[in-house]
Structure formats: structure tokens, C-alpha cells
Design a protein around this ligand. Sequence first.
Ligand code: ZN
Length: 549
Amino acid sequence: MSPTRLRIAGGTLYDPTNGVDGEVRDICIEDGRIVADLPPGAPTVDARGMVVMPGGVDIHSHLASSACNHGRRLLPEEHAADPAPAPALAPGVAPARSGTGGTLPSTFTAGYRYAGLGYTTVFDAAVAPVTARHTHAEFDDTPIVDGGFFVLLGNDEYLLRQVEAGERGRARDYAAWMLGATGAYAIKIVNAGGVQAWKSGQRNLTEIDQPLGASRVTPRAILETLTDAANELRLPHPVHIHCNNLGVPGNVATTLQTMEALDGRRAHYTHLQFHCYGKGSDGGWVSEADEVIKHVNANPLTSVDVGQVMFGPATTLSADGPVEYLLHASTGRKWVNIDVELETGCGIVPHDYHERSAVTALQWAVGLELFLLSEDPWRVVLSTDHPNGGSFLAYPALIQLLMDRAVRDSRLKRVNPRLLAGSAMADGLAREYTLNEIAIITRAGPARVLGLGHKGHLGIGADADVTVYARDADIARMFATPRYVVKGGELVVEEGQLRRAPAGRRLRLSPGYDAAVLRDLRRYFDAYGTVAFDNFPVRDLRDAPLEIG
Ligand SMILES: [Zn+2]
């Protein structure tokens, strides 16, 4: 049996939420929570000389979804190249499972590897409503980490009908019902209206006032409707926005239009790096990270995650069908593209980020500029949009780039400089993140942006998710191999080895709504649904929804 009490003794603590920046303190744990003290003789981990942080919180990943499973099927060569034998867990715990790695690890391997990096909470950022059951089944099979997901709205036929009719109240009630019915944690918009446009023969919606077909529906109307819905429902996390026009030169105009449209409202913009490209005089790509981060810095209700590109293999996987089509067409790589009923799209294309590719080098620089020019780490948090910009396994290398200018500058010398004129990176950015700032962008900040009051910190009453790192001059190695990881009070990593793999909890919501929407929804499902209305909600989830405070 693992102890229900544990003292982590003598470590140097980084707990930004509670204003603790490098103080030597004990952490006491009882029954899965942080407590003020423990009686003498409680089991103790000796953390003297080590760095202690809350468990990592990944605000935006793709690890447990129908889309991930399509990606796994697409990439058998990755399975062959990265077999993952079952870890040698402690005697007496449930048997470990083997699996496969690569950019889309199998479920058990994803849980083991996230925990092995010191991450204890992970959100899947894009789940089509009708595939919610699949995501719950995958999370049930992903050990250790607490998990949740964001449900895709904004290209779904029912919502678009409400926007067309100006029925914003009904749209809000629908969104609330959908969160509860699917067991989701937040609302995700991907390329508002643009996916539906592309599926129905229009190329895309690349400007926010461009109408969808002959309707009055525009990206602006969709964005406003769902942003207001999330805020009126007092959801802990605001609407999570993947802007229109991802990944093409000149898209900075769309990004800034979107932000300006929603200024004054709480909103989160995801994988911002992919949305900060200008168009040079020759029509080529240039960095506009500076313009965008200035806007973020000046708007305290705005939060973002970066979506850093890391050199190496990746798999792009997105509800943004038209973007994935463009990537397939430009690279010739194998692909999947699916119309998810009347709800959304899904495209998958494997990709390699080479440092000698000028566009990749620009993307790499844009992400680092966003980090290094950010004035508020609480609102500019770490992601690679796993596995789109690179695997979550690249987080330690990314942390090293942020903390160690010498490593960053030597890397910069090796990349293709052709598109870097005008990038602040080319001029050299001196900033080096501190351990406290790393603790903010990888745990305290994402937890705050997600509205998870019991995560991302080590105050009394917080979930006992703790990571202990042995100091190492090689920052990447330090963050890749935590010495101890505690999840929910249980020691899962000991002496750098995964020893236990308890089930994680599901983080989901069930907001209230005006039940009048149900009659209309039932009619809609009767006419168009492939699943009967009464069968649509996911039932028998093992964890209760969180309170909305
Ligand atoms: Zn994503």
C-alpha cells in the first residue's frame, strides 16, 4: 500500500500562486491533499537540494480522442520505431501495460510518459460532440493524469442555426447542455464557420466578417455568441479559440481582428504561434509576433498558449479540415480528412519540422518571440499543441530554450535564416526565464487560466500533485527526468522510475440551462441526428462534474 501520508522534506519550493519563489520548505500530504503539517514519523521523501513544484498542467494537448486514434492508425511506422514495454511497477500494484510511442502514443503509454515528465493534469483540446464517448473511453485507459476535454462548437449545424436566427440565449443554453451531455470542461472553437464553409464547397472563411454561404452567419457572430455563452455561464475556462486562417502568411490580420472583436471579454487564444505571420513585400512569410504579443500584453482578459514548434517529427491533427487539406496538398504526405457528421471536421497529416526549412525556422522563432516578449507569464503559457508543433516529450527542451540563452543562440545559428529578417529573435533576445517563471507557464498559469483552483499550486487543501527535480546544469535533462512525482498523494515516480499508475480523475462540468432548449433540440435530433436525442448524452461517468463557483 502506498502511504496516505507523505512529507517531502527540505526541497526548494517554487509555488508562484502562493508567492513562494525558491524557499526551502517541507510539503505535507494527507489523503491526497496538501496539509499544514504531519505528525513525526510520517513517511518522508528527502528532497534536500532539489527543486519542488506543483505537478504540471497541460492546457492544450491531443492525447485521447477519435482523431488521435485515426492518427495512430495512419502511422504504423511510428509504432514499430518506438515500442514501449510495460514499465516495472512496484510489487502489488495493477499490472502495467505495454504500448507504443511516437507522436501519438497509445493510451497507457501517454499516461506513463506524461507522469514521467512530472505532468499530472492534461486536457484534450478538440473533441467532436458525437465522439465524446470515445474520448472518455480513452481517458479511462490513460492512467495517472487527471484529464478533461474541450468540446468543439462553432461549425456545428445546430449552433449555426441559432446564430443565423439571432438566438443567442438559446445558443448559450445549447452550449451548456452540450457540456453536460458530453462531459466536457470547456468550449473550443476551431476556425469559426470556416470548417463548415469548406465542407460545403466554399473555400474557407479567412476574414471575420465573411459570411458563411448565403447566410448571415460570420466568424465574428459565432465568436461573439460562444464567448458570451462561456462567460455568462461562468465557466471556469473561457472560450478556447483557434482563430480563422491558421498557418498562412498574412494571417496576423485575422488574428488581430479576432482579438479586437472580443476585447473586453475573457477569451483564450490557442497555439498563437500559428497565427502570427505577416506577408513580406515579396508575398513571403515574416514574423508578426511582436504586434500580436503587444496586443496580448495590453489586454488583461486575454490569455494564450503558444503552440511552439520544435524541430523533429510531428503529426498535425486538427478539426480545421481546410488547413489539413492545404498541408497535404503542399507536402504530398498521406492524410486523413473526415466530415464529422454535422458537427465539425478532422484532418491529419504527418509532418517533420526541419531546422533548414525557412518556414519551420520562422515558426520556431515566432513561438520563442511570443514567450520572450510576453510581459505576463500567467497569461502566456506553454504548449506545443502536442503533437502538432511537436510531442509533449519536447517540453524539457523547450524549457531549456527559454531558460538558457546560450543554448538558444547556438540553436539559432543552425536554423535557416532566410525568413528571419525583422524577427526579434534575429536581433537576439537576452531574456532567460527563471525557475519561478517556468513554474508559472507550466503549472500555476495554466491552472489559473483553466479556473482549476485545486491545481497548479501547493497551498493547503490543493490536490497533492507534486514534482521534484534534481538540479542539473543541463536544464533539458533536469525537466525530462524528475526524481519524484506525486499524484493525488500517491508516489508514482520514485528515484526517477515509474512505480505506480493509479487511475486519474475526469474533470468535467454540467452547467445549468433553461430546459426550454430541450424541446427544440429533440426536434432537431429527430430530423437530423444519427444518434437519438435520449441516447446522445454520455452516461455512467465515474467522476461527478465539478462545481461551477
Ligand atoms: Zn490543438
